[in-house]
Every structure is written in C-alpha cells, then in structure tokens.
Design a protein around this ligand. Sequence first.
Ligand SMILES: [Zn+2]
Length: 107
Amino acid sequence: MKQRMCEMYNKLAKVRNLRAEQQDWLCFYCRFTMWERDVDAFSKRYGIGKRLANRFQCTAEHLTPVQNGGSNNLENIVAACKFCNQTRHKMRKGPRRRSTGSMSESG
Ligand SMILES: [Zn+2]
C-alpha cells in the first residue's frame, strides 16, 4: 500500500518536472522562478530569507481539482510555486453547495 502511494507521488513529481521545464521553472501564476531541492541556493541567489524562499518551492497544481475529477496527467498539471498553489485554493473557497437530497448532480 505504501509503495503504491509512492508510485503515485513519483508519477506526479515527474509530470510536475516536465511542466516546470516547459515553463522554464517559472510559476504558472506569478511567473517567479521556483526551486525544487536547494532552498539554500535559492535564498542566497535572490538574497531572501529561507522562510520567504520556501514559498517558491515548485509544486504540482491541478487545473481541475482531483475532487472534481481532475487527473494527474500532463494536461491537468501545471508547475506553480507553493505560495500560489496555497493561496489559489484559499481564494477558490466559494460558497459550498449543499446537497439537498438529489445526488445526481453534474457540473
Ligand atoms: Zn507563484
């Protein structure tokens, strides 16, 4: 079971890296350069603290959220910095639709 999770994660990481390379390691939303492993080098390069640098870690962003049926395929993944990834989800917190009986709702 654990291995399965790992495989899934690796697949996502691979897709994310592909996307990141296509985007020249720029965030899909804010267009800031992202880092993948070396936060120290990144913070030194831009003269910012590690805490701030942490925001620009490259993450996989689902264009269509998994909960809405989005996949882990290349067409649904973009590379976004951690900050945008997180704030985007916060901003998307719209009014929740309450399911009132009918479960066969689509869209
Ligand atoms: Zn960003």
